[in-house]
Design a protein around this ligand. Structure first.
Ligand code: NDP
Ligand code: 2IT
Length: 453
């Protein structure tokens, strides 16, 4: 059977055996398709049935989460933990709390996490979890009771050398705190079982900033290789959560000007540059809607997202040199990338997981745009989570500069490995190809070493 047919067969059987998981198929198709040149060169992956194995999680846990709301009424949600692959280390990956969460979303994120974690060069396997719980509009007490109930079941499946969850959309320091407290109460153990912990109780300096900072370091590496840099460049950013906020901060450090940000209701365009402190105080501290920004900065424009044509994202209508999608999956489509390109954009660097649709990615590659794919570009968050685990295991605390320095080194290594691998497989500079092959190869070789498991 030709390699193309082999890939096709695995894709088809994945769709047949796991119906209705659209985002998961999207992630699998991208990875498997870009593995074609590797599989041509190395028949061993086919001989050991690696593709068939790697698309099936080692374990997926689905559980009921029951909690009492402020009216004393019983509420139910669904909890998930997908432990995808432990070939190179214990399961590691975030938890997402958002009403859109379903098994297909958690599986796409868990699948991506395998290769992202491999690219960091650290010993961490891939996992993801979460719930369709919506923290928005809930009281502190409700969020706490939900997190505690979620952890009652999750605690049976995790451990500091077994599976180490962290944050993602809707899960930040507050939720990690409530879950950690409950884990400790249930097990009596003070261990690094979650990352993204508070600085007083085992958290690492620079973990909060790490995904956004790492994303900007990655973009800078791409441009440096081409003899350019972010200095003086106008940038657009989507999202206004953890990743977007610290992307914006680091862009200023690099001498660039981030002019947009967005939330699930609308976007801000501030041509003087988004004010970092205002954004942090409105979104991270205040948990308010982004529209509040124009009260403090009346010269900025606010566009409700629904006022923009269906299926496109108003953020990408703003002219820029570099775009940093940092909100959610499939938030940058073909019409968006055409808009960006025609307005002079030459770099798309993915802070979010799978933010660009496949046809948008094809357009970027066909037009030789610089493209920092999510697995590589946003790996700084999970890499710094592993630095938190290292500090916990050795009972040490490193300085901000020490962690940031390691983060910069890791992002540079990921860039160089992805670049070198793209060249090895005949498409120099195609970082999607390079990242997918490099991330896969280490995991697949480890699976072969470990036998039929
Ligand atoms: P947050 O919850 O902190 O922020 C998410 C932001 O995206 C918010 O501004 C939110 O708007 C917006 N958003 C979420 N869902 C949608 C949607 N369906 N439509 C429009 N806007 C939306 O999450 P993070 O910043 O942590 O995560 C952002 C992205 O980065 C995700 O793709 C995540 O998987 C990825 N990522 C996160 C890492 C981390 O360490 N946190 C590491 C690597 C990747 P609103 O405020 O209205 O809810
Ligand atoms: O998508 C991701 O890499 C994360 N949400 C961070 C995972 C982690 O374990 O820090």
């Amino acid at each position: 059977m030709s390699i193309k047919n082999y890939i096709d067969k695995v894709l088809k059987s994945t769709i047949q055996s796991t119906p209705g998981q659209t985002e998961f198929y999207q992630a699998v198709e991208e990875v498997l398709t870009s593995l074609e040149p590797l599989l041509q060169a190395e028949p061993k992956y086919n001989n050991y049935n690696i593709l068939e194995r790697i698309v099936i999680p080692e374990r997926q846990i689905l559980f009921r989460v029951v909690w009492l709301d402020d009216q004393g009424k019983i509420q139910t949600n669904i909890g998930y933990r997908v432990q995808f692959n432990s070939a190179i280390g214990p399961y590691k990956g975030g938890l997402r709390f958002h009403p859109s969460v379903n098994l297909g979303i958690i599986k796409f994120l868990g699948f991506e996490q395998i290769f992202k974690n491999s690219l960091t060069g650290l010993a961490i396997g891939g996992a993801k979890g979460g719930s369709n719980f919506d923290p928005k509009g809930k009281s502190e007490g409700e969020v706490m009771r939900f997190c505690q109930s979620f952890m009652v079941e999750l605690s049976k499946h995790i451990g500091e050398t077994r599976d180490i969850p962290a944050g993602d959309i809707g899960v930040g320091g507050r939720e990690i705190g409530y879950m950690y407290g409950e884990y400790k109460r249930l097990t009596g153990r003070f261990e690094g079982v979650l990352t993204g912990k508070g600085l007083n109780w085992g958290g690492s300096l620079a973990r909060t900033e790490a995904t956004g900072y790492g994303s900007v370091y990655f973009a800078e590496n791409i441009l440096n290789k081409a003899g350019d840099s972010l200095k003086g460049k106008v940038c657009t950013v989507s999202g206004s959560g953890n990743v977007a906020l610290y992307t914006i901060q680091k862009l200023y450090d690099m001498g660039a000007t981030p002019v947009t940000c967005s939330d699930s209701k609308g976007m801000i365009y501030d041509k003087d540059g988004i004010n970092f402190n205002s954004l942090k105080s409105i979104k991270e501290i205040g948990r308010k809607d982004l529209i509040e920004y124009i009260k403090v900065h009346p010269n900025a424009a606010y566009i409700p997202l629904h006022q923009y044509p269906e299926g496109t994202n108003a953020v990408w209508s703003v002219p820029c040199f570099a775009a940093f999608p940092s909100a959610t999956q499939n938030e940058l489509c073909l019409a968006d990338i055409k808009n960006l390109y025609n307005n002079g954009c030459r770099l798309v660097n993915e802070g979010a997981n799978m933010p660009s649709t496949p046809d948008a990615v094809d357009f970027m590659l066909a037009n030789k745009m610089f493209y920092g794919p999510a697995k590589a570009a946003n790996a700084g968050g999970v890499a710094t989570s592993q630095l938190e685990m290292s500090q916990n295991a050795s009972m040490q605390k490193w300085s901000f500069a020490e962690v940031d320095d390691k983060l910069q080194g890791i992002m540079k290594n990921i860039f160089e490995l992805s670049y070198k691998t793209s060249k090895e497989f005949g498409d120099e500079g195609n970082l999607m190809l390079g990242a997918n092959i490099a991330g896969f190869r280490k995991v697949a070789d480890s699976m072969i070493d470990q036998g039929a498991v």
